[in-house]
Ligand binder design. Structure first.
Ligand code: UD1
Ligand code: MG
Length: 459
């Protein structure tokens, strides 16, 4: 579909100072590649057509962008500057020009650009009928950013740090690296760019001075300009990102106790949930209200209901319904479902299993590849033996069953409703409903046995 808004993300810089095998834009801020932060902001601003300019390590980026069907890839094989990078998307721009469109250009390494800024700048761009609208900010330490040259409300151009006069270097208004261009004006300016500057590169910033009518959208959100050149810078971005997400959750009514809590950018937390110290919540996790998560928990990509307690729990890609209590020291591995009111105690691992309502697994137990009914009680030290060295098999346990301490359930195996296994039993055949399975060797008693006999003989 032809739309009149598009976006080009510049992602061909190699970021040598990161000392990484990965391209810079795939370096992560709060567990999410910088490029993904930018792509999310662009789609939150309702822009569907996006082009990414990629350079070295193209394979890694191509692999990553496979999951982003709206993003067209353009290659910049030689790194000749931001203007040169934009030139690589000529066919993308030509299409947008036909629709008399505008293009947003963003840096793939500035993760905090947000949809409010993008939309605010677009409104300014349209209402002032600008050829280009540069997103700018006043910052106290402008070093290394391009400086904005103004004539009142209008922009005369942008001068890069390296090319600044001493006087220009004192300017605090800087170029964020984000712009809205009228596509026709950009296509007029690009062929006029030269490499006559200290870096010998085609600067996109020069296109600003070459258009007839340049304006600025000055944001007060100084975070949108932040980027990282090395690991120290990345750490700063992580700190800032952590602060941004924590503030958002506090504003939404969650309590976050202590400083050592990290919450990913896309996590959702309900009201009155308390996050205790030492906790990391990441990925697409959604948590309901009234719960207590932590201390010392790692929760990734989980759907968690209301009033859930997770104490010293590692949980991944699982669903935990309302009123579930888990922990301490529990591992919930992918594809598990803990239904309403489940209780799981210390040193328990659950993998790829459904645990029915109000079932209790109190201590030292492994439940893997199992379908467990409601109201089941597991004694201490139960194991579903799901793997025979070649294949994995499922265990099925009916409602209200009682699995005695130290039961081994050798899958595939079924325990019927309301059935019971005696402590210490190894069960490898089906146990019908309402029956008891007991598997034990005979107990031998040697009366009047002197337990110290051997020692006495020796001496
Ligand atoms: C650029 C701007 C500067 C602005 C700053 C904001 C220019 C000339 N300068 O400077 O005014 O204040 O961003 O952060 O544009 N890239 C390519 N191909 C290239 C060169 C760069 O794709 O050949 C990409 C990089 O991956 C990066 C973005 O363009 O995402 C900006 O490049 P960078 O080298 O970081 O430019 P700065 O010197 O920071
Ligand atoms: Mg930069």
């Amino acid at each position: 579909m032809q739309t009149s808004k598009g976006c080009i993300i510049l992602a061909a810089g190699d970021g040598k100072r990161m000392k990484s095998e990965k391209p810079k834009v795939l370096m992560e801020v709060l567990f999410k590649p910088m490029l993904e932060w930018v792509l999310d902001a662009v789609s939150a601003a309702g822009i569907e057509d996006t082009a990414a300019i990629i350079g070295n390590n193209a394979e890694l980026l191509e692999g990553y962008l496979k999951n982003e069907p709206n993003v067209q890839i353009f290659h910049q094989t030689q790194r000749k500057g931001t203007g040169h990078a934009v030139m690589q998307a000529e066919s993308f721009l030509a299409k947008l020009k036909e629709a008399d469109g505008d293009v947003l250009i963003l840096c793939g390494d500035a993760p905090f650009m947000d949809s409010e800024t993008i939309e605010g700048a677009y409104d300014c761009h349209k209402s002032q009928n600008n050829d280009v609208t540069v997103i700018t900010a006043d910052i106290t330490q402008p070093a290394n950013y391009g400086r904005i040259l103004r004539n009142g409300e209008r922009l005369e151009g942008i001068v890069e740090e390296k090319d600044c006069t001493d006087e220009q270097r004192k300017i605090n208004e800087i170029n964020s690296g984000g712009y809205w261009f009228k596509v026709a004006a950009l296509l007029d300016a690009l062929p006029k760019l030269t490499t006559e500057n200290k870096s010998g590169e085609y600067y996109l910033t020069d296109a600003v001075g070459l258009t007839g009518n340049a304006g600025a959208f000055k944001t007060t959100n100084q975070r949108v300009v932040l980027g990282a050149n090395d690991r120290r810078g990345l750490r700063e971005l992580n700190k800032t990102a952590a602060q941004i997400t924590i503030e958002r959750h506090l504003d939404n009514g969650a309590d976050i106790i202590g400083d050592n809590v990290l919450i990913g950018a896309d996590v959702v937390i309900g009201k009155d949930t308390v996050i205790m110290p030492g906790t990391i919540i990441r990925g697409e996790t959604v948590i309901g209200g009234g719960g207590v998560i932590g201390p010392n928990s790692l929760i990734a990509d989980c759907e968690i209901g209301d009033n859930v307690t997770l104490n010293n729990v590692h949980a991944f890609l699982s669903k935990i319904e309302d009123n579930v209590k888990v922990g301490p020291f529990v591992h919930i591995r992918p594809d598990s479902v803990l239904k309403n009111g489940v209780k799981i105690g210390d040193f328990v691992e659950v993998k790829n299993s459904v645990i029915g309502e109000k079932t209790a697994i109190a201590h030292l137990t492994y439940i893997g590849d199992s379908d467990v009914g409601r109201g089941v009680n597991f004694g201490c030290g139960c194991v579903t033996a799901n793997y025979d060295g070649l294949k994995k098999y499922r265990t099925t346990i009916g409602n209200d069953a009682f699995i005695g301490c130290n039961t081994n359930l050798i899958a595939p195996v079924k325990i019927g409703d309301n059935a019971m296994t005696a402590a210490g039993s190894t069960v490898s055949t089906e146990v019908p409903a309402n029956s008891l399975a007991i598997e034990r060797g005979r107990l031998n008693i040697k009366e009047n046995y002197d337990k110290n006999l051997k020692r006495k003989k020796k001496s």
